[in-house]
Design a protein around this ligand. Structure first.
Ligand code: 13P
Length: 254
């Protein structure tokens, strides 16, 4: 059985104190909501990770992740953070390939493939994001775009390494816009992604891959999205900044 995950992506929000208090609220509220095949992840800015990692270690129901890492092990890369550093403070996940990194920081599929390798080498699980822009969807190119992102970013991995990934389908037009993909639109793409994984690897790896939906997910639309057969949870932006909303999304698991 593949894992169901609700992951929060705080993006560049919340100072240190505000982040710690949000995380503590989430920990208190989420405790009884999570069972064995489910996981809750909070991906914070780097400054929170050490403290959240400590709290997560004591709690167990919530894991912690970063939102990016550098592809090199270490070295003269002023301002950057390595996968090993992230792992060393108790994080288990790292978001890679988010459309905001692709768009604003010029991250290419080739660079992302390097970052995925760096994360896996340090036992960090990548949450690898893919998704099309509005123009690409309007031109009916979304399946091709997603196929390219898969092929160039992660289909070079061994079966063993691929099995450690979590994928997130985030249509760029749905991120932060309030425009959610309909459950049918999201399910159609998730099924396509799973079919591509089966063709590249095999049915069992495809069946076991957790594929999250992201893009204006909220407590009102989460249950219907997550009830689709190929949607295994969500990557939540704006709604992860309010403990009540985030935990209400987590509760739709049950
Ligand atoms: P929103 O939930 O704010 O649309 O953001 C989604 C996202 O980008 C999560 O990574």
């Amino acid at each position: 059985m593949r894992k169901k995950i609700v992951a929060g992506n705080w993006k560049m929000n919340l100072d240190y104190t505000a982040g710690l208090s949000l995380f503590s609220e989430v920990l208190n509220m989420v405790n009884d909501e999570v069972t064995g095949s489910q996981e809750v992840v909070v991906c914070s800015p780097y400054i929170h990770l050490n403290s959240l990692g400590q709290l997560a270690k004591e709690n167990k129901s919530v894991s912690v992740g970063a939102q990016n890492c550098h592809q090199a092990e270490s070295g003269a890369f002023t301002g950057e953070i390595s996968a090993a550093m992230i792992k060393s403070v108790g994080a288990e996940y790292v978001i890679l390939g988010h459309s905001e990194r692709r768009q604003y920081f010029g991250e290419t599929d080739a660079l992302l493939a390097e970052k995925v390798n760096a994360a896996l080498k340090n036992n960090l699980k990548p949450i690898f994001c893919i998704g099309e822009t509005l123009d690409e969807r309007n031109e009916n190119r979304h399946f091709n775009v997603i196929k390219q992102q898969l092929e160039n970013g992660i289909f070079n991995l061994s079966e063993e390494d691929f099995s450690k990934l979590v994928l997130a389908y985030e249509p760029v037009w749905a991120i932060g816009t309030g425009l959610t993909a309909t459950p049918e639109q999201a399910q159609e793409v998730h099924a396509f992604i799973r079919k591509e994984i089966a063709a590249k690897y095999d049915d069992s790896i495809a069946d076991n891959t957790t594929i999250l939906y992201g893009g204006s997910c909220n407590p009102k639309n989460a249950a219907e999205l997550f009830s689709q057969s190929d949607i295994d949870g969500g990557l939540i932006g704006g709604a992860s900044l309010k403990s009540r909303d985030f935990v209400d999304i987590v509760k739709t698991f049950n």
